[in-house]
Design a protein around this ligand. Sequence first.
Ligand SMILES: [Zn+2]
Ligand SMILES: [Zn+2]
Length: 389
Amino acid sequence: MTLREQITALKDELFHLRRDFHMYPELGFEEHRTAGKVASYLEDCGLEVTRMAKTGVVGLLRGGQEGKTLLLRADMDALPIQEQNDLPYKSRHDGIMHACGHDGHTAMLLVAARVLSGYRDQLKGNIKFVFQPNEEDAGAYLMLEEGVMENPIVNAAAGLHLWTGLESGTVDICEGPVMAASHYFYLTVKGLGGHAGHINKAVDPIMVGSAIVQGIQAMQTRELNPLQPVSIVFTGFKAGYNTTIVPEQADLQGSIRFLSADGSGIKDSFYRVVEQVCSAHRAHFELEFKVGNEMVANDPDMTGLARAAALETMGNKSAVTAGLQSMGGEDFSEFARRVPAVFYFIGSGNKEKKTDYSHHHPCFNIDEEALVTGVEMHARLALKYFGLS
Ligand SMILES: [Zn+2]
Ligand SMILES: [Zn+2]
């Protein structure tokens, strides 16, 4: 049987798996049922199965001969959203929903594992199938801490995301930066409380905080290189509780996202603006940065492999695009920072099937035909990596 025929024969199983995961969604680091299903499926395929990172699962396919190790990754977590779809396989868990397509990611990688396990004897190397918990809150770090890249050492990685913003029947693969680094800031501006009627005796943290918001906006548009995308957004500004009392402090927070390798200086500039504005207005401050995700940047060689796999899978040049970059974060970056890697998008949007709602929307759904494409992409990319196609 050709690869396509093998996958087509497993189509019912693929849809069944996805719908089952969809019906019983679980939040990050709570994917116990999902992980159990994943582990027993992988064992059934004859893979060596390891549990790690609370609810993570790794299936190792050891090839017939020694060689490199390729990591293929799927994420398993759902979101705290009440599903509004009326589907026979609608979420049975109140307030929890697969609204990002990770149910599909898990199902696709499982079926790819079954298909690829049929190539074990010809395989000169290993394939590590990684089912990661809690992608929505950067759960990958825990798998890295617990040694997912070792035993055997991983040489390259690939991952994908179903994408409703892309038309079903297309695949998008870009070289270089594809998903943004997302860092967070927490800023407390400390003024001096007092009476609104005697404002000259107080230091107003609301005024200082507002000046900082403006100053950061000016820094972003007048100091940073406009050819390197940066997005700085204040998502919180809390201060005060009474019409006559000047509060002691203002608490601001937000995110700094960038899609270029040289984002290191942004936080220095941010700090400088905060420090200088506070100093100019006699206020003090505390500023803390946290890393959400680092940037995902695709390796040229791995991108080439994925594109070749996509051209064969789609059989049509115009169905393989290279235009999707996102200011959203993706913790696949933890893998991509360590080995040559590629992360690409499988179009799953179809207006007629009403699968064009955005990710994280309560009516989110995917065109299931895209799942077949995803399995074939995983499998073809792996076979190409090992020179089997
Ligand atoms: Zn998501
Ligand atoms: Zn997602």
